[in-house]
Design a binder for this molecule. Structure first.
Ligand code: AMP
Length: 218
């Protein structure tokens, strides 16, 4: 059983790196942001509670986030382990988490703010099938259309310069205490996230002593 937390600013590749780990190691990827986005898109009661906060790039209340995480982990559908992404985001959430769950390590993806801005503001998403694009590195074949299902691509409501600034500020102010708490238990593995997705994945595998990564193209 392997249990990891992945941390990093928006656009640092947490989602991509988590998916690559899950694919090979049979882990379950738990993204709190994805759970909220699903609820917003499907107009659930939870979606209505978080929609405005998310659009402004602000953090949802700790009580609500903690109950979502508890409920998700209580499903116990993670026989081989999990990787949790987007949580914990502040000191209180980290304490809640460490009191209840043992983890094997924290993968901390490091990326300078300028590169975050460059990546996030060029991000596009297919609201129909969930495929991610990036106008710098991973453009769709037909401009504005999903390669998989042809649906029109959108920009995430919180990928605006204003919301991004708010999220970056929150990240730097509130996430530092989380890193300090995890560092006391020597859980942190700092990874340079400027490299390509395959190279970052290779570094993660080496640092954590996990089975070597074979990129899909080799
Ligand atoms: P993400 O996809 O991780 O960037 O999350 C998208 C949005 O969901 C954030 O901007 C917050 O509004 C909300 N959110 C996700 N995770 C958390 C968390 N751990 N604490 C508070 N709000 C969160």
């Amino acid at each position: 059983m392997r249990k990891f937390v992945i941390m990093g600013v928006q656009g640092s590749g947490k989602g991509t790196q988590s998916e690559l780990l899950c694919r090979d190691l049979d882990l379950v990827h738990i993204s709190v942001g994805d759970i909220f986005r699903w609820n917003v898109q499907n107009h659930t009661k939870l979606g209505a509670q978080v929609r405005r906060t998310m659009t402004a790039g602000e953090l949802v209340s700790d009580d609500l986030v903690e109950s979502v995480v508890r409920e998700r982990l209580d499903n116990h559908d993670w026989n081989f382990g999990f990787i949790i992404d987007g949580f914990p985001r502040n000191g209180r959430q980290a304490e809640f988490f460490m009191e209840r769950y043992d983890i094997d390590g924290v993968i901390h993806l490091e990326l300078p703010d300028d590169e975050v801005r460059r990546r996030v503001l060029s991000r596009r998403l297919c609201p129909n099938c969930g495929m991610d694009y990036n106008l710098i590195a991973d453009r769709p074949e037909v401009e504005g259309r999903c390669d998989i299902c042809g649906h029109e691509l959108i920009t995430r409501a919180d990928d605006t310069p204003e919301a991004l600034n708010s999220r970056l500020r929150d990240y730097h102010e509130k996430t530092r205490p989380v890193l300090e708490l995890f560092a006391r238990k020597e859980f942190i593995h700092d990874i340079d996230a400027c490299a390509s997705a395959d190279e970052v994945q290779q570094s993660i595998r080496e640092t954590l002593g996990l089975p070597a990564y074979k990129p899909a193209s080799t």
